[in-house]
Design a protein around this ligand. Sequence first.
Ligand SMILES: [Cu+2]
Length: 233
Amino acid sequence: MRTIVAIVMAVALVGGGAALLWWPAAATAQGGGTVEVEVKYAGAPVIEKLKTNKDPEKCGTEAVIEKVVVGPNKGLSNAVVSVAGAKGAPTAKKAVIDQHGCKFVPHVVAMTPGEIEVKNSDDILHNIHTYSTANPPVNKAQPKFKKVMTEKFEKPEIIKVTCDVHSWMLGWIAVMPHPFFGITDANGVAKIENVPPGKQTIEVWHETLGKMTKDVEVKPGQTTKVSIEMVKK
Ligand SMILES: [Cu+2]
């Protein structure tokens, strides 16, 4: 009899422990909603082109600077969408930005505070120069043999990044205070997942067109679609 009681207790303990371990993950998955944000812009695309004067074998002879990229159905690429004022733990996945073809790829990367890998896939000298104010600025050479450098940005802010070797290179690192963000794709669409339910404000940031917000009602386990049209300042 004593043995049976001991076994029952052991099972209960193991079961209870497992339930405790699983409970937070299950609560997040079931409790949150998805917000699908479509960002539109009715104005003309702004793509600047200039003749390059350095490393033509890697950079080509013409640089294309994508200031405002508009796709099908007026979809605006490269916009950061996020849930304003949300709180949440940093994501485990490390952000990556690559210096490739003498461009920053992706043009806009978003991350939670922490480390980012800066790659050099070009086999030539690049440099990373950040115009950060909340975080200590970075201005470092990245020689061709330094394929990956790790940098740290602890404070939320949207940081302009350039390369002093190639004057046209421009990128953005958005350090977000929570994991509820996305970057719009070629159709101007980004999905934000596991958003806490209730009334939320979606914020859009674009490097040229600035900021806009729109309120949404997030429902648990459902996808809420929201369309935001940017206007020229
Ligand atoms: Cu460069």
